[in-house]
Design a protein around this ligand. Structure first.
Ligand SMILES: [Zn+2]
Length: 595
């Protein structure tokens, strides 16, 4: 591997321009100090919301003004730190921003709770009386919906006071995973040793390295089997009890309600994908076993690369051209956003010491999105850039057309815009490339995306679904139960193509998603919507693309199912899910034919 530069030594053109947020750190200093006064202006309304709609309006406007300016302050600190986590100045800035954020949260959390403690019908009356509240209607209506499940003020206060304690299962797991878990170094086929950590060497081409990593990983994890079984079991128990207290039929009902969807959709996604996708993925597993010459497929071989020697290259400039051409169909306004993003230093593509790994996009309100990734002159980087620009396009359009509070759709929808861009770029390459290796490589990249979102995360979702069902029936969730259920799900899915050994039964120990409500299945939801829209754009072109841009403009003003409907996708039906599965089946067939 090439030697990494220090942040100060990377070419400025490869970095994002943080001065678009604040010209200098001094101005950031001034602004973070100014936030306290803005918080006070929100607090002026404390204890006064019963006085009438104008007071609520003044309060919400002050809160919005605070959030707008605070967003820049927090983004400046977190982006600086993610560009170079080793810089003590950035560490201090992030620490300060964190403390100010917590204080802000504590000082302004009265708004919602006080509004909800007003007598029945008051908020509805305020909305009728005060036209100025119109932009906040969605926020207020969400509060009202929540009210049905609110407990008495004393109980709510007690629960809020215990907030940190209720968050402890996930906290204990995270701490342990980052601070306690350690692994021995692992050797490759030549005897060379490599450092080992969670997720490392998972798709190494070297069989010996891959399998050594798997054995070492499992040995390290097993020491915490009962600890993580207990943290998980406690998390499940907590949600079951809270759901009962708040009058939901089950924990799953409570958790899907937070995502503004219903349990039918939740069940459909699991049922359809896990049963209908399984035959395609088994076929892919058989192909992998044959091409790699394996006598048996272990869990660690599921994503082993089939053609590691082919890794197409592209420069950043070439990739920009590719993206321009591929995304042109989304119309002039969208193209303009992409152009700005590619040319005006929204993207940080340097590889330097201390830079946060993985790609992400942070759309800073009132400024522009920032994308972090590293550019290794690979076509894979172009797909990642397309993905992150999808998040950026969503951010810009929603912020351009909506008030701050209404810019973000729920988790359920969040991966749709990114997937669509990835698929549009892939389609463009497929349509213009005659090379067998290139086509195959590209399809395998897409299959990797589907593997993560439709297989890996959805199997996590299924494990949640089954354990919550057991817990609702009063069964304690322990490591033994989790290993057994995890093994059952994997055996059902892979149907004998993959050996489900003890290490496979313990994969639940690797993932923090389980402590974030029903997070895992939302990946599949976003990808289903994304697949449907990208397929439709490919088939019908501009009108569908224009409709999609309207959906992006709507931001978070609609619930996720309504957003999907606006995009022409009926997520209350199984059809889009089945279509996405069929598309994956087509991709598998294409790869199979090429070997
Ligand atoms: Zn994404």
């Amino acid at each position: 591997m090439a030697v990494q530069f220090a942040r100060a030594d990377v070419p400025v053109t490869e970095t994002w321009d943080i001065s678009d947020i604040f010209p200098t750190p001094e101005e950031w200093e001034l602004e973070i100090s100014a936030l306290a006064e803005l918080v006070s202006s929100v607090a002026l309304s404390k204890g006064r919301l019963h006085e009438g709609a104008p007071v609520l309006l003044a309060c919400l406007l002050a809160l919005e003004a605070l959030h707008k300016r605070a967003a820049r302050v927090f983004a400046y600190a977190s982006l600086s730190l993610s560009a170079d986590g080793t810089n003590p100045t950035y560490q201090a800035m992030a620490g300060r921003a964190g403390a100010v954020g917590a204080e802000m949260q504590a000082q302004t959390s009265f708004v919602q709770s006080e509004a909800l403690s007003l007598p029945e019908g008051t908020l509805q009356q305020y909305l009728r009386d005060e036209g100025g509240l119109a932009p906040f209607r969605i926020t207020i209506e969400k509060w009202i919906e929540k009210k049905r499940h609110m407990l008495g003020p004393e109980t709510e206060m007690a629960l809020a006071a215990l907030g940190e304690v209720l968050g402890s299962p996930g906290e204990v797991y995270e701490r342990s995973r980052t601070a306690d878990l350690s692994f021995d170094a692992v050797a490759d086929s030549a005897g060379k040793l490599y450092p080992m950590s969670l997720g490392r060497h998972e798709s190494a081409a070297d069989l010996v390295l891959r399998r050594n990593a798997y054995t070492t990983l499992n040995r390290g994890l097993k020491k915490y089997l009962h600890t993580y079984g207990t943290t998980w079991g406690t998390e499940v128990k907590k949600n079951v009890v809270l759901a009962k207290l708040r009058g939901y039929p089950s924990a799953v009902h409570m958790l899907v309600d937070q995502q503004e969807v219903n349990t039918d959709i939740y069940h459909n996604i699991h049922d359809v994908i896990l049963t209908e996708l399984a035959p395609h993925m088994r076929k892919y597993a058989r192909l992998r076993k044959r091409v790699l010459g394996l006598s048996e497929m272990l869990y660690c071989d599921i994503e082993a690369p089939l053609d590691p020697s082919f890794n197409p290259e592209t420069t950043y400039e070439e990739a920009c051209e590719l993206l321009r051409d591929s995304l042109k169909v989304l119309g002039p306004e969208y193209a303009q956003i992409m152009e700005e993003g590619l040319c005006n230093r929204w993207v940080d593509r340097a590889d330097n010491v201390g830079k946060r790994t993985g790609a992400f996009c942070n759309s800073v309100y009132g400024v522009h999105p920032y994308i972090s990734m590293t550019w290794g002159n690979r076509m894979r980087n172009a797909l990642t850039l397309a993905h992150e620009l999808g998040h950026a396009g969503q951010g810009v359009l929603a912020q351009r057309y909506q008030r701050l509070a209404n810019t973000r759709p729920t988790l359920f929808f969040i991966e749709a815009p990114s997937t669509i861009n990835e698929l549009l770029v892939a389609d463009h390459i497929l349509a213009n490339s005659k090379s067998v290796e290139m086509r195959r490589w590209l399809i395998m990249q897409l299959l990797m995306t589907y593997h993560h979102n439709f297989v890996r995360h959805l199997i996590e979702g299924e494990l949640q679904r089954r354990t919550y069902a057991l817990a609702e029936r009063g069964q304690p969730i322990t490591a033994t139960v989790l290993n057994r259920v995890q093994g059952e799900i994997l055996n059902e899915f892979w149907g004998g193509e993959v050996v489900i050994d003890e290490g496979a039964q313990m994969v639940w120990m690797r993932q923090a998603h389980y402590y974030r409500g029903l997070y895992p299945y939302t990946y599949a939801a976003g990808l289903t919507v994304g697949t449907a829209v990208a397929r439709a754009i490919k088939a019908e072109g501009a009108p569908i693309a224009a409709r999609w841009v309207e959906v992006l403009k709507a931001g978070g003003t609609l619930k996720p199912l309504e957003l999907a409907r606006l995009a022409g996708v009926d997520m209350t039906s199984k059809q889009p899910i089945q279509d996405a599965v069929a598309y994956v089946g087509w991709l598998v067939d294409e790869v199979a034919q090429s070997f």
